[in-house]
Design a binder for this molecule. Structure first.
Ligand code: CDP
Length: 203
């Protein structure tokens, strides 16, 4: 069984996916972490983030470890996870995610994982796992999302809202909901409320 949970930036996908996966007793996979890892390695190497030939050679040691409690990304034996949610990575990740060569690399990592799993991102239900039997798509207004993310970033809410809106714009191509996804507006719901909505649907 594969459950896909897609949605716009800071819609709560990771926390919701982790909660659903823990309730089901299966791992969850954050595809965004792989795009973030490519971005971080590119930035650290001083590479042009729009040039796939500069990025692909950096990726052979990169490995995603899916865990229900929170995924980790390794570069050989170095755990990158704690450095993947900086404003610097936020600012470059959509450039990297627009590259078809990088998308192919991420998709191959994900499709190699054994089911059952919960897969989270932008295009899990449309592109990576189009035959998944259970698909969800999370939304919320930009202000609500910025207020949530302000708890994880040092910037103020208007700056975060502007950056999220810009990232939504850059991510438009890969962010359309699957036609068979259930769309959930998370604005009026608590985290547990969103998790329960999905679990009730799965039952
Ligand atoms: O948590 P948040 O929604 O802010 O970001 P994320 O899920 O970690 O994704 C980071 C970035 O990776 C997105 O802004 C997209 O550019 C890209 N991404 C993508 O293109 N396709 C996916 N399946 C997942 C992420």
């Amino acid at each position: 069984m594969i459950v896909t949970i897609d949605g716009v930036a800071a819609s709560g996908k990771s926390s919701v996916s982790s909660g659903v996966a823990q309730a089901l007793g299966v791992p969850y996979v954050s595809s965004g972490l792989l795009y973030r890892a490519v971005t971080l390695l590119g930035l650290n190497a001083g590479a042009d983030l729009a040039d796939p030939s500069a990025l692909l050679p950096l990726l052979s040691p990169v490995r995603l470890e899916p865990l229900a409690s929170g995924n980790r990304v390794w570069n050989a034996d170095h755990d990158l996870s704690a450095d993947l949610h900086s404003t610097r990575v936020d600012g470059g990740v959509s450039t990297v995610a627009a590259l078809p060569e990088i998308r192919e690399w991420v998709d191959a990592q994900l499709r190699a994982l054994p089911a059952p799993l919960v897969a989270e991102g932008r295009d899990m239900g449309t592109n990576v796992f189009p035959h998944a039997p259970h698909k969800f798509y999370l939304t919320a207004s930009p202000r609500v999302r910025a207020e949530r993310r302000a708890r994880e970033r040092p910037e103020d809410i208007p700056a975060i809202e502007a950056a999220l809106t810009e990232r939504d714009r850059q991510d438009t191509t890969q962010s359309a909901p699957a036609p068979d996804a259930r769309i959930i507006d998370t604005g009026p719901l608590t985290l547990q409320g969103v998790i329960d909505t999905i679990l009730n649907d799965l039952r």
